[in-house]
Design a protein around this ligand. Structure first.
Ligand code: FAD
Length: 547
């Protein structure tokens, strides 16, 4: 069996290594158009910021070490330019000599990844405008910083790579502005969750320009759609990626609208013996059942293993992706799994939601940090998505939630998870358990929630009731609210009007829940603000309520 693999990084090298473990006799050729294989794309921003100092650390394997370990014929600086599936041939251009030759295959694996999108903006081709995908891109940015000594960087786009690059350019000593066309950073988060990040980003002195588009790039500035001009000695373009599949266009291999490879759950394309995976391939989303590209390293690696196993005759199937992702954002951590509220709305999928705020570990133990958790679930409690923003411990909670979502657990199952606890690490009721309790209370109708965005629609019959302490209320409150601290509520029920609907809030929703239970059991209509004043204030500060 002669297997030809196009692309030598996560998907390609992963497939090659697993193939060799499966089959010592296969002939495996791996074609890579760049000078490196199997490099750490995900580590590139941290090399620019100086946390990773040794360039060699970015290469997990060299062509030589990969050959020695796996007996794979690795050809770098070799670009596949044309594929003829009917003849089972690939035309390959040697980028050193510019010569083209034809290679045959029995099985072809396509893992060409995705390239940064470059919008048709005036000045996008200037030499201080860069993108980040490969080691040469990284070295180019580093060289530019060392030789041209830029003071001001502008990062266009604030997805995971954009925010990581903003942070690392900052660490490299540059003043950074971020330009984002949407109203929040990190698109897979919802705006209210991202609002916690915005405050942190601005506190670092970063100019964060939301709802803004770059219309032109000049040698020393970028121009925004509202006419503002921002100084920019270095511009990093990071507005998303697009499957690197132009070379497949006339091959007969089926591509989607954005050029993504259409594959089945065994990574097979429409052409016999041709497989596709990684950032270039669309796969099933386990929550919505739709297919889309999820350009992340974990799916690419899992798909690589499955591709190799299927080629070798195993009957394994790719179950799909859920987009679990995490990023450090100027000292905070943002993480998501499954769908966001905005994607569920867009797809018309009904959902319920809850917000909880929990400490990373026992509050009495020094050093605990808060995290905000948003759970999205359906009417029978099945998880649809989760996002977390906070400090310590976000990573392990998102992984528990990702595993729960993948396993089809419900919010009641989250209540029942027995998670490791000792004061330095967690609380006896872990943040995941607490999120499950809050969501379960909503479905059980123990807690009648309302949400910050509902407030503007309240009528004369709705009374906003702040059940925090008087001091907290004086420190800041939702306009129009009255204050009765929860501990006084039972004695002051006579002050309430049983014809009204009390819209209760506290700091994060816990005291509000207790207050709501008191009122409901006294036959007074009441509901509780999920996420409390903390979430409302962050959304208000961030203009989330503006049309
Ligand atoms: P790639 O890794 O892009 O590899 C494709 C290779 O194919 C490329 O080297 C390309 O040169 C080669 N190629 C393309 N066309 C041809 C051709 N015609 N002929 C020959 N070779 C070709 N994911 C995470 O999950 N977490 C992270 O923290 C994270 N951080 C990232 C940070 C950065 C800066 C970048 C760029 C990506 C990051 N990712 C992260 C995404 C992750 O790296 C990708 O999902 C993963 O590498 C995809 O693997 P792939 O094999 O599909 O594509």
């Amino acid at each position: 069996m002669k297997v030809l693999i196009i692309g030598g990084v996560a998907g390609g090298a992963g497939t090659a290594a697993r193939l060799r473990r499966n089959d010592e006799n296969a002939q495996i050729i791996m074609i890579e158009k760049g000078p490196y294989i199997s490099f750490a794309n995900c580590g590139l921003p941290y090399f620019i910021g100086g946390e990773i100092t040794d360039e060699d650390e970015l290469q997990l394997q060299t062509p030589e070490s990969f050959h020695d370990r796996f007996n794979v014929d690795v050809r770098i600086l070799s670009e596949a330019i044309k594929i003829k599936p009917d003849q089972k041939t690939v035309a390959i251009k040697n980028r050193c000599t510019d010569e083209t030759y034809i290679e045959t295959y029995d099985v072809l694996v396509l893992s060409p990844g995705a390239r940064p999108v470059s919008p048709p903006i005036e000045g996008a081709d200037l030499d201080h405008v860069m993108t980040l995908r490969t080691i040469p891109d990284t070295l180019q940015i580093q060289h530019f910083i060392e030789t041209r000594k830029p003071q001001k960087a502008v990062v266009i786009g604030s997805g995971y790579i954009g925010v990581e690059m903003a942070e690392n350019l900052c660490k490299a000593g540059l003043d950074v502005d971020m330009i984002e066309a949407q109203n929040h950073v990190i698109a897979p988060l919802d705006a209210e969750m991202a609002s916690f990040l915005h405050a942190g980003i601005r506190q670092q002195g970063i100019g964060l320009h939301l709802n803004s588009q770059v219309t032109a790039i000049r040698p020393d500035q970028v121009v925004l759609n509202d006419g503002r001009q921002i100084q920019a000695d270095l511009v990093l373009m990071s507005i998303g990626v697009k499957p690197e599949t132009d070379f497949l266009k006339s091959s007969g291999i089926e591509l989607g609208q954005r050029g993504e490879l259409i594959v089945d759950d065994q990574m097979k394309t429409n052409q016999p013996d041709v497989y596709g995976l990684g950032d270039a391939a669309a796969t099933k989303n386990i929550v919505t059942g739709t297919t889309r590209v999820i350009p992340l390293a974990s799916p690419a690696n899992r798909q690589a293993r499955i591709t190799a196993d299927v080629i070798c005759g195993k009957s394994v199937r790719y179950q799909g992706a859920q987009g679990t992702a995490i990023a450090r954002v100027f000292g905070q951590t943002a993480a998501t799994t499954g769908e966001s509220e905005s994607t569920l709305l867009r797809q018309g999928i009904p959902f319920r939601k809850s917000y909880t705020f929990s400490n990373s570990n026992a509050g009495y133990y020094p050093g605990s940090e808060t995290m905000a958790i948003k759970l999205l679930f359906d009417n029978i409690g099945r998880m649809l998505g989760a996002s977390i923003v906070g400090g310590k411990g976000v990573d392990k909670r998102i992984d528990v939630l990702a595993a729960a979502l993948r396993s089809g657990l419900t919010v009641w199952d989250l209540q029942d998870l027995e998670l490791a606890y000792a004061p330095p690490y967690s609380s006896a009721k872990d943040p995941v358990n607490m999120a499950g309790y809050a969501a379960g209370n909503i479905l059980d109708k123990m807690m009648h929630p309302f949400y910050a965005e509902d407030i503007s629609g309240f009528g004369p019959n709705d009374v906003l009731l702040d059940v925090r302490t008087l001091a907290e209320h004086r420190d800041g409150s939702i306009p129009g609210s009255v204050n009765i601290p929860v501990d006084d509520l039972r004695h002051r029920l006579s002050e309430l009007d049983d014809q009204k609907h009390y819209r209760i809030y506290c700091a994060v929703g816990l005291r509000g829940y207790i207050a709501q239970r008191i009122l409901v059991q006294n036959h007074i209509k009441a509901s509780n603000l999920s996420g409390g004043y903390t979430l409302w204030e962050s959304m208000d500060r961030d203009s989330c309520f503006s049309p």
